[in-house]
Write a protein that binds this ligand. Sequence first.
Ligand code: HEM
Length: 509
Amino acid sequence: MAIPLLILSFLTIFIAYKLFQRLRFKLPPGPRPLPIVGNLYDLKPVLVRCFTEWSQIYGPIFSVYLGSHLSVVVNSAELAKEVLKDNDQQLANRNRTRQIAKFSKNGMDLIWSDYGPHYVKVRKLCTLELFSMKRIDALRPIREDEVTAMVESIFKDCVKPENKGKALVLREYLGMMAFLHITRLSFGKRFMDSNGVIDQQGEELKGILNNGIKLGTKKSFAEFLPWLRFLFKAENEALAEHDARADSFTKKIMEEHTIARKKTGNTKSHFVDALLTLQKEYDLSEDTIIGLLWDMISAGMDTTTITVEWAMAEMVRNPRVQQKVQEELDRVVGKDRVMTEADIPNLPYLQCVTKECFRMHPPTPLMLPHKANTNVKIGGYDVPKGATVSVNAWAIARDPAIWKNPIEFRPERFQEEDIDMKGTDYRLLPFGSGRRICPGAQLAINLVSSMLGHMVHHFDWAPPAGVRPEDMDMMEQPGTVTYMRTPLQAVPTPRLSADLFKRVAVGNV
Ligand code: HEM
């Protein structure tokens, strides 16, 4: 008897609250929510496509209830500007799920921190120290080491006699490269030896990452029904255990670097050394240092793998584009040496290809949700304090009102009109804009351009035997970041002499 009564009272409170909200605020239109579950029943797995369809029905701004939580989605460049420029500060908080709150120590990092003194301090540290042009340059040898190591490993695999003409699964190589790059940048060491064997610490790191993904993607109703969270004791325990494991791993690495710095007197360019040496100046707690290191891993690993996989798929489907990039590389770099990041400014077509890929396939298509810290008006509608606001960067970048033939992969459009992708033009927002814009944007653009340049300079890429380019699966996998639904398979044929496929290894930077 007690449980039905409890449910009935929740229902009554919920309906009364929604009625109150509707009368008090002029909320954006949207699909009709059901009590308790809101619109959860109606969502399609690839959220960004679902939201883009809904924007055709309800208009460029709509409301959606994830359980009882109000989320507002904007789908046009004008509204994106209202969110990310005109009301930037009022919409600069974050919504933390239970898992995220635990892992970020309730926002003691950067990504999940609310806007306020802590955020301003840590953001300044990122802008002035971690992502300054000077440091991005100092970290370049790590990127070039890992990109050339990836090329070497693809080469070794594709020239094996048993692999002749066979397709490789690109994600395996791109994912490994991204893992080695970002963990080396953050934790200051390479977790794989020259024979390609991951060491014990690297295995532990992979274990933590995999467990994090498992816990993070586990959807439970407790997320949307905060009053039921007490029922999820086992999940809470698993989160606490995961958090302790990641902390202990990171503290060990921090200790190793402190000892090494004391011994040699040298400070390296990677993020652990940077953060430990800046700890006093910026008054950083240990939790914040740990949080920042893991922020970089979670924000900088899948995003680069995803972008390059989509770009390669587009080039396999569009041999004309692939050939045009190769012609440019052969003209600028030649066929007797390997390209480097210093070549990128002289490779304008490659830059257009990178941009076109960020337009069509932004890896975080709904960016990261912002949260209102006060009542705000967007597009003439009310967005109450506490609601989350998402910008559908994917829909905006495919809006036929602002892009000619938007679903055609045509890098030349950026030769015709130079459109910025780092937050000043609201038609193209792969990295967001405003206060919370991605601080790693320049580093990511350098890395993605370098990876793409190397891949097509060293190899010709074709679809697997019997697969027509038009039959390739170009749909997204569900998730906050949008991997290709079917991992890309392609056949590489080396096009440079064998001695140019060697890893250009550097020591610890
Ligand atoms: C293809 C690559 C990448 C893309 C497309 C991308 C995109 C984004 C987007 C859309 C946001 C959210 C912006 C917002 O909330 O308005 C973001 C935030 C962030 N990104 Fe990136 N990112 C990429 C790579 C990286 C890399 C390599 C790093 C670091 C090494 C990084 C670090 C961060 C951090 C720390 C934030 C949180 C910023 C904040 O909340 O203030 N990202 N990124």
